[in-house]
Design a protein around this ligand. Structure first.
Ligand SMILES: CC(C)(COP(=O)(O)OP(=O)(O)OC[C@H]1O[C@@H](n2cnc3c(N)ncnc32)[C@H](O)[C@@H]1OP(=O)(O)O)[C@@H](O)C(=O)NCCC(=O)NCCS
Length: 187
């Protein structure tokens, strides 16, 4: 299990089954905010659904295919950030995230994503990370730009969101780009 400090009292910690109640409560408190862009919200109806998500993410972690972590601040769960299962053959991964409505606009997601990218490019030795945001999800696209991703294109009708398709704007970051950005910050 890993813990990564972000800033101040904020940290990223691997989700565990005991967190299911908090993950569900945060989801439940932010339904309208989350369901606009995330396809699983309406299917998350009880704590058991959050538990099933965490169980599958722990299996993913155990198989070396990435992880899902809680974004915590002072012991309170604020959101979730992690990776979709890694494509090992091509050393590619994809980042995903959401934040509770009450914690939006405070920079927690940008910090958490930086930590996820660190893990992806160091611990997992990936070559490329992808970030997909729905066309129209301006806040998520702003996160990609803030992190230094390159906009690569649009996949049409890439995702079914309850009653309509959305296009995905695809952003990518290569390992050497991430390393260069790190060096710049350190200079
Ligand atoms: C997309 C989403 C995760 C973005 O969250 P967010 O809180 O806007 O993202 P950040 O944590 O990077 O915060 C950025 C904001 O904090 C501010 N900020 C404050 N301190 C900051 C810091 N240290 N670093 C970066 N930004 C900081 C920025 O100026 C920015 O402000 P703005 O709201 O005026 O633009 C959020 O809107 C969300 O959960 N949406 C619903 C689910 C979703 O769309 N998930 C992604 C699917 S692809």
């Amino acid at each position: 299990m890993f813990v990564q400090r972000l800033a101040g009292e904020a940290y990223l910690r691997l989700l565990d089954l005991q967190d299911a109640g908090e993950v569900f409560a945060l989801t439940d408190a932010s339904r309208d905010h989350l369901r606009r862009w995330l396809p699983w919200v309406d299917f998350t109806r009880t704590v058991a659904d959050s538990e099933a998500f965490i169980a599958s993410s722990l299996e993913q972690f155990a198989r070396g295919l990435g992880f899902q972590a809680g974004i915590w601040r002072g012991g309170t769960l604020c959101g979730v950030a992690g990776m979709h299962p890694i494509d090992r053959a091509n050393r590619q991964g994809s980042i995903g995230y959401w934040i509770g409505a009450a914690y939006e606009g405070q920079g927690l997601i940008t910090l958490a994503c930086q930590a996820v990218l660190d893990e992806a490019f160091t611990r997992y030795g990936l070559h490329r990370m992808e970030l997909r945001a729905a066309a129209g999800n301006e806040r998520s696209q702003a996160v990609a730009r803030r992190l230094g991703f390159t906009r690569e294109g649009v996949v049409r009708d890439a995702e079914w969101l309850y009653d309509h398709y959305v296009d995905h704007v695809v952003f990518g970051m290569l390992e050497e780009e991430w390393r260069r950005a790190g060096r710049r910050e350190g200079e």
